[in-house]
Ligand binder design. Structure first.
Ligand code: 3H9
Length: 709
């Protein structure tokens, strides 16, 4: 059996010891790395002929953090690594850290335990633990404030943002920034200088935090802010507490940080966020697709349709520096579309997030035309015309004729049959779905719809392109609504039944918003457009997809007939006072009329728990159906769709992760309850066989646990 190379080695360059961490891909601190560091320290300590210790990393980056995968291992604790850091800092000969790549979390904590830090110019530094529902658990909350001051340290740790090498130098976090042939050379040069200067150890833990300039209520305000802005994230409050403790003697602060970290690492919020971290990376892997597949080059993009969607999509490519041409059917529509894009960029510039020069550069990458011939040299063309099968087929046919050989043709449909659209192009191997979410320049999710004949290189190219434009891509098979909208359909269905039974839109939305959902179903559809929602239902009906149930989505159809298109017309499910949604007696009347027309009994107050269960359990059930039909590769993909595209709270880990937390047997039991109490003539409460079997398995495991106790 080949032996695994040691992740940490100690070698000698003259009088300098070089401790090298080599743990690809990102040199994360795993238990093996901690053990390796400890052994290397033993060797260094016992060799008094060495004048200094250099800590450096092989590969593309310095340590990018603790090994997130190891946090779930039984008995995981930050203490062994913290002991190594204390030994490192305590050495009586200078310790130099040579930084490059992304110096994050435990990586920055390792750097802070060194006495001196040098960085190559492109280095980025940060403490992103908060994004995993954690705080820095290896003395980052104690050493960073001592070095950079409380205000900046709290800002960096609370936001998780990265800063560049120059900013880090200005803040005193690194001692110098220097270009060198390699990180090793960078470190060796600096270590030699430190030795030549006869500079002794500099230990941050022996310094005190400066807090004179801070107002007396600084921490009280920071805590109140954390509670107000992030009520569902215990890490936000814990970070304030830990940073505040940096004013205490080091050992006391250390104990406080350790207590808080140990609690957070076991918290359900952190487990959920860690699940999403890995799910997001896993989603990029497509089963059966060989790694060596040759990608198609994407140098120029075309978009058909310069409406809200087309314009937003175009911005993604311009932001990534890719020339993009927008094709419209009338000059007025084109001018309007490009005008909206320009206004969007200017609004961003007004907030200071883009310079005027950047706005000019991005606009210069965008051009418009009324002529399909302008698409003939594009490597990728995305159709983003109105959601209507006949219209989209017509556009696809024209694209099949005009696009060059090997160009990828993508459809931005949100519900329609991608295989039928692919057939219309006459070259279905080149066709794929690219379902962007509105606003397309903001939302991170991209559903990539794999048609029956989509070529593997087309799929791989689009997945890679998604990364290039900053999206998180999830592959879906071809089915109505793909992953996200298919699940949203059952969620909207129940929202409307609840409304017909007497719940108000704000009661419905409030129930799921209390769980952390960015917005409930009614606000969501009002924003997307009641017209859009109703037309989708109508189209689905035409395609024979709807159940034989006249009450199905009856409210949205009625609102559409009445011209209540949602926020844009001032009323939909809600009435709008400016942008503020308020419950509208008119909606209650409409819902009551629909209930009467379809024999649905109105009830008194509906309990919040029932609303939550009736919205979420069918949605989860649909997720299981999607899995059993092979429309999604794994539950984590579904979780990414809902957290990145539908405002599902990330601290709940997505609907499938949440399902496990609730308990699958309980979900099945409640589905049966609603089937019995609400009726199940149309199979709305029929449990997916996959969910049923997983629930039975979980029940068996739990029974075994009970008897074993
Ligand atoms: C922490 O440090 C706690 C401490 O205070 C206390 C510790 C005791 N662990 O994102 P990519 C893998 S908490 C394990 O595609 P990029 C990742 O799964 C941690 N694995 O590349 C992927 O694997 P695969 C604080 C990790 O170039 C591969 O590396 N640190 C870790 O777009 C490439 O990742 C963070 O939160 C990790 N820490 O971005 C940093 N990091 O190829 C989290 C990465 O098998 N990481 N992997 O799918 C990042 O932000 C990005 O990965 C990074 C590179 C910017 C580093």
């Amino acid at each position: 059996m080949p032996s695994t190379p040691a992740p940490v080695t100690l070698s000698r360059r003259g009088h300098i010891a070089v401790m090298t961490i080599d743990n690809p891909p990102v040199n994360a601190i795993s238990p093996a790395v901690v053990a390796g560091l400890s052994t290397a320290l033993d060797a260094f300590e016992s060799d008094r002929t060495l004048g200094a210790l250099l800590v450096h990393c092989e590969g593309r980056t310095f340590v990018a953090g603790g090994d997130i995968g190891s946090f779930d291992q039984p008995g995981f604790s930050a203490l062994p690594f913290n002991r190594v850091l204390a030994r490192l800092e305590g050495l009586d000969r200078p310790v130099v850290g040579a930084l490059h790549g992304t110096v994050l979390g435990g990586g920055l904590e390792l750097a802070l335990a060194c006495h001196w830090r040098t960085a190559s110019p492109g280095t980025r530094l940060g403490m992103p633990e908060v994004k995993l529902g954690l705080l820095p658990g290896s003395l980052g909350t104690q050493r960073l404030p001592r070095l950079a001051g409380i205000e900046l340290a709290l800002d960096l740790i609370s936001s998780g943002r990265m800063i560049g090498a120059d900013a880090a130098q200005a803040a005193g976090i690194v001692d110098e920034v220097r270009d060198a042939q390699s990180p090793l050379q960078l470190g060796l040069d600096y270590a030699k200088e430190i030795v030549a200067r006869n500079a002794g150890p500099r230990r941050i833990s022996e310094t005190q935090v400066a807090r004179d300039a801070l107002p007396a209520d600084f921490f009280a305000k920071a805590l109140a802010d954390a509670v107000r802005k992030k009520p569902s994230y215990p890490s936000a409050r814990a970070i304030v507490e830990a940073v505040q403790a940096s004013a205490l003697p080091f050992a006391e602060g250390e104990a406080i940080e350790a207590r808080l970290f140990e609690a957070l690492i076991r918290s359900p919020q952190s487990k959920a966020l860690r699940h999403l971290f890995f799910a997001e990376r896993e989603a990029a892997r497509i089963p059966g697709l060989s790694k060596g597949v040759q990608l198609r080059a994407i140098r120029k993009v075309g978009i058909v349709g310069a409406g809200t969607m087309g314009g937003g999509i175009a911005m993604n490519f311009a932001n990534a520096g890719i020339p993009t041409v927008l094709v419209e059917s009338t000059q007025a529509a084109l001018d309007r579309g490009l005008g909206i894009v320009q206004a969007n960029y200017e609004a961003t510039a007004a907030k200071g997030r883009l310079t005027a020069e950047q706005v000019r550069e991005r606009m210069a990458l965008l051009s418009g035309s009324l002529d399909y011939a302008r698409l003939s040299d594009c490597d990728l063309v995305i159709e983003a015309v109105f959601e209507n099968m006949d219209l989209k087929k017509e556009v696809c046919m024209r694209l099949g004729a005009v696009c060059k050989r090997g160009a990828i043709i993508a459809t931005n449909t949100s519900t329609l049959d991608v295989n039928a659209l692919a057939a219309a192009t006459g070259r279905d191997q080149d066709v794929v779905g690219m379902h962007f979410f509105s606003p397309a320049n903001v939302m991170r999710l991209l559903e990539v719809v794999r048609g029956a004949h989509t070529a593997p290189d087309v799929l791989a190219t689009v997945m890679q392109l998604a990364r290039r434009i900053g999206k998180v891509a999830v592959v879906s098979g071809v089915c109505y609504g793909f992953i996200g909208n298919r699940m949203a359909e059952v969620y909207m269905r129940e929202a409307e039944f609840l409304m017909m039974e007497g719940a108000s839109p704000s009661q419905i939305d409030g129930a799921v918003e209390a769980l952390g959902m960015a917005m409930g179903p009614c606000r969501m559809l009002d924003m997307a457009g009641i017209d859009v929602g109703a037309k989708t239902v109508i189209e689905y009906g035409k395609a024979g997809g709807l159940p034989p149930d006249d009450s199905y989505r009856a409210v949205v159809r009625r609102l559409f007939e009445l011209g209540r298109f949602g926020q844009k017309t001032g009323s939909g499910y809600y009435r709008y006072e400016g942008r503020r949604p308020v419950d509208d007696p008119e909606t209650a009347k409409i819902a009551r009329a629909m209930a009467d027309a379809h024999g649905i009994a109105q009830r008194g107050e509906i309990a919040r728990q029932e609303i939550v269960e009736r919205l979420l359990y069918p949605l989860i059930n649909e997720g299981f159906r999607i899995l059993e039909e092979g429309m999604a590769y794994r539950p984590g993909d579904i979780d990414i769709v809902w957290t990145a595209g539908y405002g599902f709270p990330d601290h709940q880990g997505g609907p499938m992760f949440m399902a496990d937390a609730i308990g699958l047997p309980k979900i099945v039991e409640r589905m049966a309850h609603y089937a019995a109490t609400r009726g199940n003539a149309f199979g709305y409460w029929a449990v997916s066989p996959l969910l049923a079997s997983r629930a039975a398995r979980d029940r068996r495991v739990s029974d075994l646990g009970e008897t074993g106790r």
